[in-house]
Design a protein around this ligand. Structure first.
Ligand code: GRF
Length: 197
């Protein structure tokens, strides 16, 4: 069966990218990552893409000085390669009209908190602090949501939760949430690909 072409956008380590790639060896996998996009040339995710022989698009500010130009360039390549879904995985830029227009309703993101709690940065630190303040604030986790032009504000698709315990630290929460992310992201992408209109 023909796999659905998807792209993954990263800025850093790319452990979620790796989880998405690893799932391709599952016989139920419906997608194939055909491009990895990075706004940073030093993102480790690019090495992961290279190891898997996946073409990359890297923001070169000499050829595309503005983010808008970079997005237009990315959208053109992804459209030419019939990409159907764009998965942000640690992509640390707001997405603008250059991608949101061509890929309306087709860009998703994973965020390391149970939105609407803790949009933005430092989510594990903030969740840990909330727990220190009141032990009833013991739910944390990750959210996969559609991307719109707000900050972590698009419609929620799925969440995975854990319970914070006394022994946790912001660092342990990060590790625990990453595990949830790596399990959830490939499954949700697969589900979206199975609902193809
Ligand atoms: C993840 O925690 C994700 O939720 C957030 O950025 C982190 C990226 O981690 N958006 P990695 O690059 O996939 O390891």
């Amino acid at each position: 069966m023909k796999k659905i072409p998807i792209a993954v956008m990263v800025s850093g380590n790319g452990s979620n990218l790796q989880a998405i790639l690893n799932f391709e060896s599952d016989s139920n996998c419906l997608y194939k990552v055909v491009y990895v996009v990075s706004n940073r040339p030093d993102a480790f995710g690019l090495q992961r893409a290279g190891n898997a022989n996946i073409p990359v698009i890297i923001w070169d500010k000499n050829t595309h000085p503005t983010l808008a130009q970079f997005e237009e360039y990315v959208a053109l390549i992804l459209k030419n390669n019939a990409v159907e879904w764009v998965a942000l995985a640690g992509y640390m830029r707001m997405v603008g009209a250059g991608l949101l227009g061509p890929f309306a309703g087709r860009i998703i993101n994973i965020h390391p908190s149970l939105l609407p709690n803790f949009p933005g940065l430092d989510t594990h630190q903030r969740a840990w602090q909330a727990f220190q303040y009141n032990a009833q604030n013991n739910q944390h986790g990750c959210t996969i949501h559609y991307v719109d032009n707000g900050l972590d504000s698009g419609e929620i698709i799925a969440q995975s939760a854990l319970t914070i315990t006394q022994g946790d630290t912001p660092a342990s929460l990060q590790t625990r949430v990453h595990k949830l992310e790596h399990a959830l992201y490939p499954l949700i992408l697969n589900e979206l690909c199975s609902n193809k209109a």
